[in-house]
Design a protein around this ligand. Structure first.
Ligand SMILES: Cc1cc2nc3c(=O)[nH]c(=O)nc-3n(C[C@H](O)[C@H](O)[C@H](O)COP(=O)(O)OP(=O)(O)OC[C@H]3O[C@@H](n4cnc5c(N)ncnc54)[C@H](O)[C@@H]3O)c2cc1C
Length: 470
């Protein structure tokens, strides 16, 4: 029997949980993780990583379809859905196994089972763990971090059934690719699947209840994305409500109301991507001070739940539901527990968000509308991909980089971009925001040429009427 007493036990081995455990081990804490399914959580097994493997396939396929524009001729392009899915699963498994290796390397004990809080004793937290091998163990810890993640939201009448109506899980491992698809919801998850299946040849309709797609993004980005997707042949319905899904033997007829008109569309498959809910059930929270608000555990700026020595991080602790937010929270909560000096609370406005559709979308901080709604005077610079040499050389002339500054102070308020590789470009702004860089410092920075990163420079220059290449 492994040890049962620890300084810290993390419940859930997703990016929040396993990173928290590694940081705790680095700080000398005797650490354990309880994981009921796969190390790496949703991110490595059913989220970030396998979707990016699929999207890489569709990106390459899309490029091959335009081979002639690169002076290449490619005949008889085809694909095998089974092999595409196999590649994605292989990538996911490789990374999940990598996390198991990291646990070993850091001497973190992993319990394969499902944990819940039990009554604490003598200032020690107790966890009851139903092990996957059907045994039960009780673990003891000075501190517990709940990092149990989240799952797809099910809306009444639009529930995923795994066959005709998919959640992200089924959409990632289809036995065959649908010829037609309705995606309900145009957040990052919905749009990534819409983009993947459209590039692979499906007729794709996206229904979004808000008045624009990618509703958390800057309005100009949403509008640009809509035009780009429509140009690719996607059908986009905004202010649209899907009220009914009538299932046939191998298709679904959806009733969609948009702009006061109702229509029925029949598709092979539906992907329901209408948000996520936290995994807060069966955690033994009853009778504790842990509060659940709108399916998420309420925490303070240090991840503290209100129940002595119990913390929560990542998706279960609320939005934004992003792996890097979960990891960052994991580190800061552990450092706070360990009494590390100079730990800063998370600044939500400095968490970048990326959507890996074609064209890619990335952003950080306030949108232009949000900055104005706060009463701020803004300076906005915008630079198009068409003005960037590297973008033209890559054959990627579509997109723009937009930068928003506070006109009075020069504070970098936000950045919003759409186009090739912007998910890699956004980190320039992340660093700038963390360092509280001003417009003057960004303008004085030397950017390498020819790179897409020069558009960050140009966009900053544009905000002050100094753009060079347009
Ligand atoms: C399709 C899709 C694509 C995504 N793409 C991106 C992306 O590109 N970038 C990005 O930043 N984010 C992305 N996300 C979101 C990202 O996956 C999550 O934000 C991230 O996984 C959250 O990490 P977490 O550690 O909080 O929880 P999770 O990764 O959900 O891990 C929680 C773990 O806890 C385990 N668990 C739950 N309850 C218990 C219990 N009682 N006992 C033991 N174990 C338990 C679960 O089995 C799970 O492994 C995507 C999500 C999806 C669904």
């Amino acid at each position: 029997m492994a040890d049962s007493s620890f300084d810290l036990i993390v419940v859930g081995g997703g990016p929040g949980g396993y990173v928290a455990a590694i940081r705790a081990a680095q700080l000398g804490m005797k650490t354990a993780v309880v994981e009921r399914e796969h190390m790496g959580g949703i991110c490595l097994n059913w989220g970030c990583i396998p979707t990016k493997a699929l999207l890489r396939t569709s990106e390459v396929f899309g490029l091959i379809k335009h081979a002639d524009s690169f002076g290449l001729s490619v005949k008889d392009v085809s694909f095998d859905p089974k092999k595409i899915v196999e590649r994605s699963r292989k990538v996911a498994n490789q990374l999940s196994n990598g996390v198991k290796g990291l646990m070993k390397k850091n001497k973190i004990t992993v319990f394969d089972g499902t944990a819940k809080l039990a009554a604490s004793e003598g200032g020690q937290r107790k966890l009851a763990v139903a092990m996957n091998d059907k045994t039960n163990v009780t673990l003891t810890a000075k501190n517990v971090i709940l990092a149990t993640g989240a799952r797809a939201r099910q809306l009444p009448g639009l529930e995923a059934d795994g066959k005709l109506v998919w959640s992200y899980k089924e959409a990632m491992v289809p036995p065959e690719f649908p010829k037609s698809l309705l995606v309900i919801g145009s957040g990052a998850i919905g749009i990534e699947f819409a983009s993947f299946y459209r590039t692979m040849g499906a007729e794709v309709t996206v229904a979004e209840v808000m008045d624009r797609i990618l509703p958390v993004e800057d309005e100009e980005v949403s509008a640009f994305a809509k035009r780009a997707f429509e140009k690719q042949g996607m059908k986009i319905l905004t202010s649209a409500t899907v009220s009914n899904l009538k299932k046939g033997a191998n298709n679904v007829t959806a009733t969609i109301t948009a702009g006061g008109k109702s229509q029925e569309i029949t598709v092979d498959r539906v992907i329901s991507a209408v948000g996520i809910v936290g995994n807060v059930e069966n955690l033994g929270l009853e009778g504790t001070k842990v509060k659940v608000e709108k399916t998420h555990i309420a925490i303070d700026q240090w991840g503290f739940t209100g129940e002595p020595n119990v913390y929560a991080i990542g998706d279960v602790a609320g939005p934004p539901w992003l792996a890097h937010k979960a990891m960052h929270e994991g580190v800061l909560v552990v450092e706070k527990i360990a009494g590390v000096k100079g730990v800063h609370p998370m600044k939500t406005e400095s968490i970048p968000g990326c959507t890996y559709c074609q064209p890619q979308v990335a952003s950080i901080g306030l949108t232009e509308a949000a900055a104005k709604a706060k009463g701020l005077q803004v300076k906005v610079g915008k630079f198009p991909f068409i003005g960037n040499g590297k973008a033209i050389a890559l054959g990627e002339p579509e997109g723009f980089v937009k930068t928003i500054f506070d006109a009075k102070t020069g504070e970098l308020l936000g950045a919003h971009m759409i186009g090739a590789e912007v998910t890699e470009l956004i980190q320039g702004y992340s660093i700038a925001k963390t360092l509280e860089t001003t417009e003057a410092e960004l303008m004085a920075t030397v950017f390498p040429h020819p790179t897409l990163s020069e558009m960050m420079h140009e966009s900053v220059l544009a905000a002050y009427g100094r753009t060079l290449h347009i």
